[in-house]
Design a protein around this ligand. Structure first.
Ligand code: BGP
Length: 476
């Protein structure tokens, strides 16, 4: 039996500027927070808020500086996306290419022109750009000078940036997203909110305050987009955290529910419903947070609610009230306890396609807005055979099982707009800064020590995904 997707389903692939472009000092671009994160396991120290914001190239490598050189090779890459049959391409605009410091009045024309060239190239093949405005790449100047999103001033800078983008690209881009994985701030504030800070009450206060500023900024961008490009759609983007209670012990169920409220619904309720959820007062109390707000913020938030919900999904999370003695689930900062029913990938992330169906249903039932899976995928070590072939059947298994889960969700009644697997071309990992954690259909010859020609090669999954898009169906 086959399951069909809607004819206008947006099949494609997803990337972010800091993980593919490289050319970090070309075209007038300023530094971003991604440019000071070193590559390899050591990056964790920075994600925990303990690393320096001054790069030390004698001691560390900074793979985001070169990434996969999409800045110069975008034509070749887009041709390969077209060969797979992409209908859309998710990418981000680097804020620091448009405003190198982030707080200028006038944009950098060279940066704007670069994205014009990329959009024109996509159009040549009929590929729709899906653009994230801020994907873990806050300009470093804003981080150092203003303390990142802790500062209210960033609301105005972001609104200005958004308006410049809408004015320039109004005829070229019809799908927008404001902040990538906005709820990721709870786990890795350095990437989303652009500040580094060790754990403690001050950090919690800063995270909630920074998120409030992002909510207002996001809503202002939504309002501007609706006014300036009435035929565009603008969404929020959330890290979809399917949370299971470890057992039917009511204490575990309640704990899991509270985690879900914080991780999934706290941000989405604001961005989708235009108001803070009923449980937010409790969360602020429990976390010892006092938000500093202005009356006008709530008017803006109420008006600037989004048109669709974009989400990333990689794995589920299992939670337990009392974790003592329990095995921790592997992975990065999004940690729960080990779920004995699930297998893990090479980096310890649990693989759970059913969790995707579950979370799509949860989100759709709660919000009744179209959903868009803009990240999903398997980070794995790939082996290039002597003849240049790459047999990544494990990736095909992962993706096809998740596509089937998405098809099941559609059959459940969920309105799903599209699917753009993460890292459709190999890129630099966000959590480890490695090249060797590969997600792509297209292999890029770059190794963790920075060596490699940068040559692009088609993996087996390239041909599988091409067939998948052509038939518009998931084989089950
Ligand atoms: C998401 C980010 C992406 C991406 C992905 C995979 O959280 O939005 O930028 O990198 O995760 O994670 P990683 O690169 O750490 O494997």
């Amino acid at each position: 039996m086959n399951k069909a997707f809607p004819d206008n389903f947006l099949w494609g692939g997803a990337t972010a500027a800091n993980q593919i472009e490289g050319a970090y000092h070309e075209g007038g671009k300023g530094d971003t927070i991604a440019d000071v994160l070193p590559g390899g396991k050591i990056r964790l120290k920075w994600l925990l808020g303990e690393g320096s914001l001054i790069p030390d190239t004698n001691k560390y490598s900074y793979p985001n500086h070169e990434a996969i050189d999409f800045y110069h090779r975008y034509k070749e890459d887009i041709a390969l996306f077209a060969e797979m049959g992409f209908r859309c391409f998710r990418m981000s605009i680097s804020w620091a290419r448009i405003f190198p410091r982030g707080d200028e009045d006038s944009p950098n024309e060279e940066g704007l022109a670069f994205y014009d060239r990329v959009f024109d190239e996509l159009k040549k093949y009929g590929i729709e750009p899906v653009v994230t405005m801020s994907h873990y790449e806050t300009p470093l100047f804003l981080v150092k000078e203003y303390g990142g999103w802790r500062s209210r001033k960033l609301i105005g800078f972001f609104e200005h940036y958004a308006k410049v983008l809408f004015a320039r690209y109004k005829d070229k881009v019809k799908y927008w997203m404001t902040f990538n994985e906005i709820n990721g701030a709870f786990f890795m504030p350095i990437q989303g909110l652009g500040f580094s800070m060790e754990d403690g009450p001050e950090r919690k206060q800063a995270i909630f305050q920074g998120l409030h500023h992002q909510f207002v900024a996001s809503a202002l961008a939504v309002i501007a987009c609706h006014e300036m490009i009435p035929d565009a759609k603008i969404g929020c983007m959330t890290l979809a955290d399917t949370i299971y209670p470890y057992s039917c012990n009511p204490a575990d169920v309640l704990y899991a529910q509270k985690e879900e409220e914080l991780s999934n619904y706290y941000c989405m309720d604001v961005q989708v419903r235009g108001e803070y959820p009923s449980f937010s007062e409790r969360i602020w109390r429990e976390q010892g947070v006092t938000l500093v707000t202005r009356d006008e913020d709530f008017v803006i938030i109420a008006k600037g609610h989004v048109d669709y919900i974009a989400l990333s999904y990689y794995r589920s999370r299992t939670e337990k009230a009392d974790k003592s003695g329990a095995e921790t689930a592997g992975g990065d900062m999004v940690m729960g306890v080990r779920n004995p029913y699930l297998k893990t990938n090479d980096w310890g992330w649990e693989v759970d396609p059913v969790g995707l169906r579950v979370v799509l249903n949860q989100f759709y039932q709660r919000y009744r807005l179209p959903l868009f899976i803009v990240e999903n995928g398997l980070g794995a070590v790939d082996v290039v055979e002597e003849d240049g072939s790459i047999h990544d059947d494990y990736r095909v298994d992962y993706l096809s099982s998740h596509i089937e889960a998405a098809a099941d969700a559609i059959a459940d009644g969920v309105d799903l707009m599209g699917y753009t697997p993460w890292g459709c071309i190999d890129l630099v990992s966000a959590s480890t800064g490695q090249y060797s954690k590969r997600y792509g259909f297209i292999y890029v010859d770059k190794q963790d020590d920075g060596s490699g020609s940068g040559a692009r090669m088609r993996k087996d999954s390239f041909y599988w995904y091409q067939g998948m898009i052509r038939t518009n169906e998931a084989e089950i």
